[in-house]
Design a protein around this ligand. Structure first.
Ligand code: DQA
Length: 147
């Protein structure tokens, strides 16, 4: 079972960026946590971060026929990107949306998520642990679908 983990814009700034929302740990810390949980679950992961919408679309398209699941924090593109929604719909790979903070309790414009309608679940407001929960949700979903 192979899972693609995507992080969108400004998540390379974790540890520096708005610690009141995102904590003080870095993207490298997050990836180490994800890789440890993946090993525990017996799944393989590829982690990719980009500040560019088209790069993320390319990565989703390239996952077609290769990844069994996608875990994505689209960051600000959550609230703006029809392109990411369409990419997930196009490849039809089970996808979980994750957010470190809970965008629904913040600015009004953060309450809209375009990608959500193509996702099997959303995990939000649980810090880095939300990514680990997202991996577990994907593994259970994929295992059930393939049973
Ligand atoms: C975020 C929430 C978004 O509103 C914001 O633009 C981000 C990070 C989160 O993980 O909490 O960049 O997706």
């Amino acid at each position: 079972m192979h899972i693609l983990v995507l992080n969108g814009p400004n998540l390379n700034m974790l540890g520096i960026r708005e610690p009141e929302h995102y904590g003080t740990q870095t993207l490298a810390d997050l990836i180490a946590m994800i890789e440890a949980e993946a090993a525990r679950l017996g799944v393989t992961v590829e982690c990719y971060q980009s500040n560019h919408e088209g790069d993320l679309v390319d990565k989703i398209q390239a996952a077609y026929g290769k990844a069994d699941g996608i875990l994505i924090n689209p960051a600000a593109y959550t609230h703006t990107s029809v392109a990411l929604l369409d990419a997930v719909k196009a490849v039809q790979i089970p996808t979980v949306e994750v957010h470190i903070s809970d965008p629904d309790t913040r600015d009004e414009f953060r309450k809209i998520s375009y990608i959500r309608q193509a996702c099997i679940a959303t995990v939000k407001g649980k810090g880095f642990a939300g990514y680990l929960e997202g991996l577990r949700i994907l593994k259970a979903h994929i295992a059930q679908t393939n049973a």
